[in-house]
Design a protein around this ligand. Structure first.
Ligand code: ADP
Length: 541
């Protein structure tokens, strides 16, 4: 017997309609790529998104068409998110930090019909045009007076397109499983692969992400997504924002400590989200200038492991709760978030500390398990570690155009991460499977060793890789950037590990560098680092 409830599909456009009706005067503030600040409301955003939907149809965009964006976080990018998927077309966010050849590959693989771009990327687009014959039109995200002098054919002005249309438009209702947006994984190995989200998966993820034990978004929040809208839909915040009616602050291209600090203070930001490198920049800026953040309550840190020293610094020095989160492009992206349970509140500080350093508990909608090499499930005892597998309604079932074949194993998606899960459900990543250090047949967690190094007062950033060793196969090599004006030598750093990990885990050597390579999504690129140090030999080895 079927239930007797309305069978209403979950539509992304419904999120915006909800915000328009219930939070019409709540602001969306944007720092523009061309300079200056733009402010309007959810009501105005909804009107302009309907105008844009009509403009897209007038341009000839159809259901299923992929519409590319090369754009920073802004109100216009927000409108594109809603207008494109609202007409059953697909928002394809492209990461501008990728190499031009990868961008060309992605735009062609996705078959983008139109590409919307911020003026910052005009030169990049000029280079792209000859290689993307399938693109019927290019849209500059600006007003008429800002249109660039350039050689781009079929070039449109975004503000002209919007202004030419009325907002007399009803969002169509269609199957909630219809594709809504497309995001390529950065493809550290092989070609990038497209993850294709649906209206259903996006709305469910927006609900899940907003929960109190997830990101805890509400109508009392002012959310600043530092994480770019081209990186897994800014972790879903443009959707959870509309769902809860939170004020949104879109930071544009400037994500350095000083720019973020100013924006946080000016707009009264209560919650923000981004990768550890961003927060490192902010922390250094706050410390160097003896500043405090007066309104920020929560920072979501994910994308790579948040070092314990960072979690503690925000908490103890600035009174800000860090929500350590884990996920991936294939998971929309949210998988786990770290918050305490009721029973933890009475624990002594050191015991609580051990819990909050983990990547957190699976939110409802994400099932987790760890397995051994034969696919046999391992115990949830917080000690056994194995390949982390996930399943749920906002996790990919396969890549766009079946790239890479069927990724699932018995209905579970293998994350490529190695983790433990404890009896309370807290998951801890010990490594990415390809970064784990294999020493004499045993595994050493590079993340654990990095976390210890960055707790040293003279260390700004650290990476640990497995370097070839004639006897042990691999041994840990610590690579360190020193803090400006601070000094520390190899022996002091090695001694710093004593008593903190098993003796055989302690790095064999330290290399000091001025910079570390990062990927297009702002993470340490161990792959590039291993290449840079391929000629490294341990002393005496
Ligand atoms: P890409 O490698 O393309 O940047 P994602 O952005 O999807 O892909 O990255 C997902 C991966 O990032 C995860 O599989 C995991 O290895 C890593 N990751 C994400 N969050 C965390 C975290 N909190 N701690 C450790 N690793 C993380």
């Amino acid at each position: 017997m079927l239930g007797l409830m309305m069978n209403q599909p979950m539509m992304i456009s419904a999120l915006l309609r909800h915000a328009e009706l219930n939070h019409g005067d709540t602001e969306i503030v944007s720092r523009l790529a061309v300079g200056g600040t733009h402010r309007y409301t959810y009501a105005a955003a909804a009107v302009r998104s309907r105008q844009l939907a009509r403009a897209l149809i007038a341009l000839g965009a159809k259901a299923e068409d992929r519409i590319g964006t090369l754009a920073w976080n802004s109100h216009r990018h927000f409108e594109i998110y809603y207008a494109v998927s609202g007409i059953a077309a697909i928002t394809h966010t492209i990461n501008p930090r990728l190499f031009p050849e990868q961008i060309t590959y992605i735009a062609n693989h996705a078959d983008d019909r139109f590409i919307f771009f911020d003026l910052t990327f005009t030169k990049l687009i000029e280079a792209l045009v000859p290689h993307c014959p399938g693109v019927k039109g290019w849209v500059a995200l600006c007003q008429r007076s800002e249109m660039p002098e350039c050689s781009i054919p079929n070039l449109h002005c975004y503000e002209d397109l919007v202004a030419a249309q009325s907002d007399d438009f009803e969002w169509p209702e269609f199957d909630e499983n219809t594709a809504s947006s497309l995001c390529y994984t950065s493809g550290t190995t092989g070609n990038p692969k497209g993850v294709l989200y649906s209206h259903r998966s996006t709305v469910l993820h927006a609900y899940g992400a907003a929960l109190p034990d997830a990101l805890g978004a509400s109508a009392r929040d002012c959310i600043l997504p530092v994480v770019p809208m081209f990186h897994v839909n800014a972790w879903g915040l443009p959707y959870s924002g509309a769902l809860t009616g939170a004020k949104l602050v879109m930071p544009g291209p400037h994500l350095d400590g000083a720019s973020l600090y100013t924006l946080f203070e000016e707009e009264g930001v209560t919650m923000s989200a981004g990768v550890p490198t961003i927060w490192l920049g902010l922390l250094q800026y706050l410390q160097a200038n003896e500043l405090r953040l007066s309104t920020v309550k929560r920072l979501v840190i994910g994308g790579s492991a948040a070092p314990p020293a960072m979690i503690r610094a925000f908490d103890e020095q600035y009174g800000i709760t860090v929500l350590h989160a884990w996920g991936m492009t294939e998971m929309s992206p949210l998988g786990t978030v770290n918050t305490y349970k009721h029973k933890h509140l009475a624990l002594p500080a050191e015991e609580r500390d051990r819990i909050r350093l983990k990547q957190g508990r699976g939110i409802f909608g994400v099932e987790l398990k760890i397995v051994d090499g034969d696919g046999i499930e391992l115990p949830r005892d917080g000690k056994a570690f194995g390949d982390l597998m996930v399943r749920g309604p906002w996790i990919t079932s396969g890549y766009f155009k079946s790239e890479g074949g069927d990724p699932l194993r018995d209905g579970w998606f293998p994350t490529g991460d190695v983790a433990t899960i404890d009896p309370d459900g807290y998951m801890q990543i010990t490594d990415r499977s390809k970064d784990v250090i294999k020493s004499g047949g045993e595994w050493i967690s590079s993340i654990d060793l990095e976390n210890i190094a960055v707790a040293h007062p003279a260390v700004a950033e650290a990476a640990v890789i497995g370097a070839a060793h004639p006897k042990w196969d691999e041994r840990p090599l610590l690579v360190v950037i020193k803090k400006p004006g601070q000094d520390v030598d190899r022996d002091e750093l090695i001694a710093f590990y004593e008593g903190k990990v098993a003796k055989w885990w302690i790095p064999d050597d330290v290399v000091f560098v001025d910079d570390l390579p990062h990927t297009a999504t702002g993470k340490l690129s161990k792959l590039q680092l291993r290449q840079r140090l391929q000629d490294y030999r341990f002393p005496g080895a």
